[in-house]
Design a protein around this ligand. Structure first.
Ligand code: G4P
Length: 289
Protein backbone atom coordinates (compact mmCIF):
# COMPACT_ATOMS: atom_id res chain seq x y z
CA UNK A 1 0.00 0.00 0.00
CA UNK A 2 1.35 3.41 -0.91
CA UNK A 3 0.95 6.07 1.71
CA UNK A 4 0.27 9.65 0.72
CA UNK A 5 2.08 11.81 3.22
CA UNK A 6 0.37 15.10 3.88
CA UNK A 7 1.29 17.53 6.67
CA UNK A 8 -1.65 16.40 8.86
CA UNK A 9 -0.67 12.81 8.34
CA UNK A 10 2.94 13.49 9.33
CA UNK A 11 1.86 15.32 12.49
CA UNK A 12 -0.38 12.40 13.44
CA UNK A 13 2.36 9.83 12.75
CA UNK A 14 4.82 11.85 14.81
CA UNK A 15 2.40 12.21 17.71
CA UNK A 16 1.71 8.47 17.71
CA UNK A 17 5.43 7.71 17.89
CA UNK A 18 5.99 10.26 20.63
CA UNK A 19 3.24 8.59 22.69
CA UNK A 20 4.90 5.20 22.25
CA UNK A 21 8.34 6.58 23.09
CA UNK A 22 7.14 7.26 26.62
CA UNK A 23 6.72 3.50 27.08
CA UNK A 24 10.13 2.36 25.87
CA UNK A 25 13.80 2.32 26.86
CA UNK A 26 15.47 1.87 23.46
CA UNK A 27 14.24 2.95 20.01
CA UNK A 28 15.10 0.62 17.14
CA UNK A 29 15.46 2.67 13.97
CA UNK A 30 15.27 0.57 10.83
CA UNK A 31 17.04 1.87 7.72
CA UNK A 32 17.63 0.29 4.33
CA UNK A 33 21.33 -0.66 4.10
CA UNK A 34 21.29 0.21 0.38
CA UNK A 35 20.37 3.81 1.10
CA UNK A 36 20.72 4.63 4.79
CA UNK A 37 20.48 8.39 4.34
CA UNK A 38 17.56 8.42 1.93
CA UNK A 39 15.60 5.89 3.98
CA UNK A 40 16.03 7.94 7.15
CA UNK A 41 13.29 10.25 8.30
CA UNK A 42 14.48 13.87 8.10
CA UNK A 43 13.20 14.69 11.60
CA UNK A 44 14.34 11.54 13.35
CA UNK A 45 16.77 13.35 15.66
CA UNK A 46 13.97 15.63 16.88
CA UNK A 47 11.47 12.82 17.20
CA UNK A 48 13.65 10.41 19.16
CA UNK A 49 15.37 13.11 21.20
CA UNK A 50 17.78 11.64 23.77
CA UNK A 51 16.29 8.14 23.63
CA UNK A 52 19.05 5.53 23.26
CA UNK A 53 18.93 4.27 19.70
CA UNK A 54 19.79 1.06 17.93
CA UNK A 55 20.12 1.69 14.19
CA UNK A 56 19.58 -1.45 12.12
CA UNK A 57 20.74 -1.45 8.50
CA UNK A 58 18.22 -3.92 7.12
CA UNK A 59 18.34 -5.73 3.76
CA UNK A 60 22.12 -5.84 4.14
CA UNK A 61 21.96 -9.04 2.05
CA UNK A 62 21.31 -6.77 -0.95
CA UNK A 63 23.82 -4.05 -0.04
CA UNK A 64 27.51 -3.74 -0.86
CA UNK A 65 29.31 -5.07 2.26
CA UNK A 66 32.18 -2.56 2.03
CA UNK A 67 29.70 0.32 1.85
CA UNK A 68 27.74 -1.12 4.79
CA UNK A 69 30.91 -1.15 6.87
CA UNK A 70 31.44 2.51 6.10
CA UNK A 71 27.86 3.33 7.04
CA UNK A 72 28.17 1.47 10.34
CA UNK A 73 31.17 3.64 11.22
CA UNK A 74 29.54 6.83 10.05
CA UNK A 75 26.26 6.36 11.93
CA UNK A 76 27.67 5.16 15.26
CA UNK A 77 27.59 7.73 18.06
CA UNK A 78 27.23 8.09 21.78
CA UNK A 79 24.05 6.24 22.80
CA UNK A 80 23.67 5.02 19.21
CA UNK A 81 24.66 1.50 18.15
CA UNK A 82 24.57 0.37 14.53
CA UNK A 83 24.08 -3.17 13.27
CA UNK A 84 23.64 -4.56 9.75
CA UNK A 85 20.91 -7.22 9.59
CA UNK A 86 18.83 -9.19 7.14
CA UNK A 87 15.38 -9.53 8.68
CA UNK A 88 14.18 -11.92 6.00
CA UNK A 89 16.70 -14.64 6.91
CA UNK A 90 17.54 -13.49 10.43
CA UNK A 91 21.22 -12.75 9.83
CA UNK A 92 22.47 -10.36 12.52
CA UNK A 93 19.22 -10.49 14.46
CA UNK A 94 20.73 -12.28 17.45
CA UNK A 95 23.09 -9.33 17.98
CA UNK A 96 20.16 -7.00 18.62
CA UNK A 97 19.77 -7.93 22.30
CA UNK A 98 23.46 -7.52 23.26
CA UNK A 99 23.60 -4.12 21.54
CA UNK A 100 20.37 -3.02 23.24
CA UNK A 101 21.83 -4.10 26.59
CA UNK A 102 24.88 -1.91 25.98
CA UNK A 103 22.56 1.03 25.46
CA UNK A 104 20.80 0.19 28.72
CA UNK A 105 23.99 0.48 30.81
CA UNK A 106 23.12 3.88 32.38
CA UNK A 107 19.59 2.72 33.19
CA UNK A 108 20.80 -0.58 34.67
CA UNK A 109 23.22 1.40 36.82
CA UNK A 110 20.45 3.74 38.01
CA UNK A 111 18.23 0.77 38.87
CA UNK A 112 21.05 -0.94 40.69
CA UNK A 113 21.66 2.14 42.82
CA UNK A 114 17.99 2.19 43.76
CA UNK A 115 18.16 -1.52 44.57
CA UNK A 116 15.76 -2.38 41.71
CA UNK A 117 15.85 -5.68 39.79
CA UNK A 118 16.37 -5.23 36.02
CA UNK A 119 13.20 -5.76 33.96
CA UNK A 120 13.06 -6.60 30.21
CA UNK A 121 14.24 -3.82 27.87
CA UNK A 122 11.23 -2.17 26.25
CA UNK A 123 11.69 -1.36 22.59
CA UNK A 124 9.85 0.05 19.59
CA UNK A 125 10.71 -0.32 15.91
CA UNK A 126 10.42 2.80 13.77
CA UNK A 127 11.07 3.29 10.07
CA UNK A 128 9.67 4.35 6.71
CA UNK A 129 7.27 2.10 4.75
CA UNK A 130 8.80 -0.98 3.17
CA UNK A 131 12.02 -0.94 5.14
CA UNK A 132 11.17 -4.29 6.74
CA UNK A 133 9.51 -3.39 10.07
CA UNK A 134 6.86 -6.12 9.93
CA UNK A 135 9.36 -8.71 8.74
CA UNK A 136 11.59 -7.93 11.71
CA UNK A 137 8.76 -7.90 14.24
CA UNK A 138 7.58 -11.29 12.98
CA UNK A 139 11.09 -12.64 13.15
CA UNK A 140 11.66 -11.40 16.70
CA UNK A 141 8.29 -12.77 17.74
CA UNK A 142 9.04 -16.09 16.04
CA UNK A 143 5.59 -16.00 14.41
CA UNK A 144 3.44 -13.74 12.23
CA UNK A 145 2.16 -11.01 14.52
CA UNK A 146 2.62 -7.97 12.29
CA UNK A 147 0.75 -7.69 9.03
CA UNK A 148 3.12 -6.67 6.26
CA UNK A 149 1.90 -3.49 4.62
CA UNK A 150 1.25 -0.24 6.39
CA UNK A 151 -1.79 1.23 7.94
CA UNK A 152 -0.76 4.42 9.69
CA UNK A 153 -3.47 5.99 11.77
CA UNK A 154 -5.12 2.66 12.50
CA UNK A 155 -5.05 2.42 16.24
CA UNK A 156 -5.39 -0.83 18.08
CA UNK A 157 -4.43 -1.98 21.52
CA UNK A 158 -0.71 -1.95 22.08
CA UNK A 159 0.73 -5.31 22.85
CA UNK A 160 4.15 -6.30 24.03
CA UNK A 161 5.88 -9.10 22.19
CA UNK A 162 8.39 -11.02 24.25
CA UNK A 163 11.81 -11.55 22.72
CA UNK A 164 13.26 -14.01 25.18
CA UNK A 165 13.19 -12.97 28.81
CA UNK A 166 15.19 -9.81 28.38
CA UNK A 167 13.46 -7.76 25.69
CA UNK A 168 9.89 -6.68 25.02
CA UNK A 169 8.82 -5.07 21.76
CA UNK A 170 5.70 -3.09 20.93
CA UNK A 171 3.82 -5.03 18.25
CA UNK A 172 2.88 -2.01 16.13
CA UNK A 173 5.88 -0.20 14.65
CA UNK A 174 6.20 3.56 14.36
CA UNK A 175 5.75 4.47 10.71
CA UNK A 176 7.83 7.41 9.58
CA UNK A 177 7.85 9.28 6.30
CA UNK A 178 10.91 9.54 4.05
CA UNK A 179 12.49 12.77 2.83
CA UNK A 180 10.69 14.34 -0.07
CA UNK A 181 12.56 17.52 -0.90
CA UNK A 182 15.46 16.08 -2.86
CA UNK A 183 14.46 14.40 -6.17
CA UNK A 184 17.57 12.19 -5.97
CA UNK A 185 16.26 10.73 -2.71
CA UNK A 186 12.98 9.91 -4.48
CA UNK A 187 14.86 8.16 -7.29
CA UNK A 188 16.95 6.12 -4.86
CA UNK A 189 13.88 5.06 -2.89
CA UNK A 190 12.10 4.18 -6.11
CA UNK A 191 15.11 2.21 -7.37
CA UNK A 192 14.78 -0.11 -4.36
CA UNK A 193 11.01 -0.37 -4.75
CA UNK A 194 10.26 1.63 -1.59
CA UNK A 195 8.22 4.05 -3.72
CA UNK A 196 5.85 2.46 -6.18
CA UNK A 197 6.57 2.68 -9.88
CA UNK A 198 3.25 4.46 -10.46
CA UNK A 199 4.53 7.46 -8.52
CA UNK A 200 7.85 7.90 -10.25
CA UNK A 201 8.03 6.80 -13.86
CA UNK A 202 10.07 3.58 -14.07
CA UNK A 203 11.94 4.82 -17.16
CA UNK A 204 13.15 7.86 -15.21
CA UNK A 205 14.11 5.68 -12.25
CA UNK A 206 15.98 3.24 -14.52
CA UNK A 207 17.75 6.15 -16.23
CA UNK A 208 18.89 7.58 -12.89
CA UNK A 209 19.98 4.16 -11.62
CA UNK A 210 21.82 3.16 -14.82
CA UNK A 211 23.82 6.38 -14.62
CA UNK A 212 24.73 5.71 -11.00
CA UNK A 213 25.75 2.12 -11.71
CA UNK A 214 27.94 3.21 -14.64
CA UNK A 215 29.88 5.37 -12.18
CA UNK A 216 30.07 3.07 -9.15
CA UNK A 217 29.47 -0.49 -10.37
CA UNK A 218 30.29 -0.45 -14.11
CA UNK A 219 31.04 -4.19 -14.16
CA UNK A 220 27.39 -5.20 -13.60
CA UNK A 221 26.37 -4.49 -17.19
CA UNK A 222 28.92 -6.92 -18.57
CA UNK A 223 28.22 -9.54 -15.90
CA UNK A 224 24.44 -9.55 -16.11
CA UNK A 225 23.76 -8.55 -19.72
CA UNK A 226 27.03 -9.09 -21.59
CA UNK A 227 27.18 -5.39 -22.45
CA UNK A 228 30.78 -4.31 -23.00
CA UNK A 229 30.39 -0.71 -24.12
CA UNK A 230 29.18 1.80 -21.58
CA UNK A 231 28.33 5.47 -22.20
CA UNK A 232 31.43 7.59 -22.65
CA UNK A 233 29.59 10.71 -21.57
CA UNK A 234 27.09 10.13 -18.79
CA UNK A 235 25.81 13.68 -19.17
CA UNK A 236 24.55 12.77 -22.63
CA UNK A 237 21.04 11.39 -22.02
CA UNK A 238 20.99 9.62 -25.39
CA UNK A 239 23.93 7.46 -24.41
CA UNK A 240 22.26 6.39 -21.17
CA UNK A 241 19.02 5.59 -23.04
CA UNK A 242 21.08 3.54 -25.52
CA UNK A 243 22.41 1.52 -22.59
CA UNK A 244 18.84 0.78 -21.39
CA UNK A 245 17.92 -0.13 -24.97
CA UNK A 246 20.87 -2.52 -25.12
CA UNK A 247 19.52 -4.18 -21.96
CA UNK A 248 16.06 -4.39 -23.58
CA UNK A 249 17.52 -5.93 -26.74
CA UNK A 250 19.22 -8.66 -24.73
CA UNK A 251 16.22 -9.33 -22.51
CA UNK A 252 13.54 -9.55 -25.20
CA UNK A 253 11.94 -6.13 -24.73
CA UNK A 254 11.56 -5.72 -28.48
CA UNK A 255 8.36 -4.52 -30.18
CA UNK A 256 7.20 -5.35 -33.68
CA UNK A 257 9.41 -3.52 -36.16
CA UNK A 258 12.42 -4.14 -33.92
CA UNK A 259 11.93 -1.04 -31.77
CA UNK A 260 12.93 -1.43 -28.12
CA UNK A 261 10.20 -1.20 -25.51
CA UNK A 262 11.98 1.14 -23.11
CA UNK A 263 9.36 0.80 -20.38
CA UNK A 264 9.77 -2.96 -20.36
CA UNK A 265 13.56 -2.73 -20.52
CA UNK A 266 13.45 -0.36 -17.51
CA UNK A 267 11.21 -2.76 -15.55
CA UNK A 268 13.51 -5.70 -16.26
CA UNK A 269 16.56 -3.72 -15.19
CA UNK A 270 14.91 -2.47 -11.97
CA UNK A 271 13.60 -5.91 -11.16
CA UNK A 272 17.12 -7.31 -11.53
CA UNK A 273 18.46 -4.61 -9.21
CA UNK A 274 15.76 -5.10 -6.55
CA UNK A 275 16.08 -8.85 -6.48
CA UNK A 276 19.86 -8.72 -6.14
CA UNK A 277 20.55 -10.16 -9.61
CA UNK A 278 22.93 -7.30 -10.35
CA UNK A 279 24.90 -8.16 -7.21
CA UNK A 280 25.09 -6.41 -3.87
CA UNK A 281 24.71 -2.72 -4.53
CA UNK A 282 24.55 0.35 -2.29
CA UNK A 283 23.00 3.42 -3.86
CA UNK A 284 24.65 6.03 -1.65
CA UNK A 285 27.84 6.27 0.35
CA UNK A 286 28.57 8.40 3.40
CA UNK A 287 30.13 11.66 2.28
CA UNK A 288 28.70 11.34 -1.22
CA UNK A 289 25.04 11.98 -0.49
P1 G4P B 1 7.41 -2.59 6.41
O1 G4P B 1 6.69 -3.34 7.47
O2 G4P B 1 8.51 -1.75 6.95
O3 G4P B 1 6.54 -1.83 5.48
O4 G4P B 1 8.18 -3.67 5.49
P2 G4P B 1 7.90 -5.22 5.29
O5 G4P B 1 8.31 -5.97 6.51
O6 G4P B 1 6.51 -5.38 4.78
O7 G4P B 1 8.97 -5.57 4.16
C1 G4P B 1 8.90 -4.97 2.86
C2 G4P B 1 9.54 -5.92 1.87
O8 G4P B 1 10.94 -6.05 2.17
C3 G4P B 1 8.98 -7.33 1.90
O9 G4P B 1 9.05 -7.83 0.57
C4 G4P B 1 10.00 -8.08 2.74
O10 G4P B 1 10.02 -9.47 2.46
C5 G4P B 1 11.27 -7.42 2.27
N1 G4P B 1 12.35 -7.53 3.28
C6 G4P B 1 12.30 -7.22 4.59
N2 G4P B 1 13.49 -7.40 5.18
C7 G4P B 1 14.33 -7.83 4.22
C8 G4P B 1 15.75 -8.19 4.20
O11 G4P B 1 16.46 -8.11 5.20
N3 G4P B 1 16.25 -8.57 3.00
C9 G4P B 1 15.50 -8.64 1.87
N4 G4P B 1 16.11 -9.05 0.74
N5 G4P B 1 14.19 -8.32 1.84
C10 G4P B 1 13.62 -7.92 3.00
P3 G4P B 1 7.81 -7.86 -0.39
O12 G4P B 1 8.32 -8.13 -1.74
O13 G4P B 1 6.96 -6.65 -0.17
O14 G4P B 1 7.00 -9.06 0.17
P4 G4P B 1 7.39 -10.59 0.10
O15 G4P B 1 7.94 -10.85 -1.26
O16 G4P B 1 8.38 -10.89 1.17
O17 G4P B 1 6.07 -11.24 0.33
Amino acid sequence: MTIQWFPGHMTRARRQIEEKLKLIDVAIELLDARLPASSRNPMIGDILGQKPRLVLLNKSDLADPAATERWVEKLAADQVRVLPIDASTGTGVRDILPRAKELMAPKYEAWRKKGMEPRPIRTLIVGIPNVGKSTLINRLAGRAVAATGDRPGVTKGQQWIKFGKEMDLLDTPGILWPKFEDPQVGFRLAATGAIRDEILNSEDVAFFTAKFLCKRYPGVFQERYGIETLPEDLEDPNQVVELLEAIGRRRGAVMSGGKINLAKASDVFLHDLRSGKLGRITLELPGLV
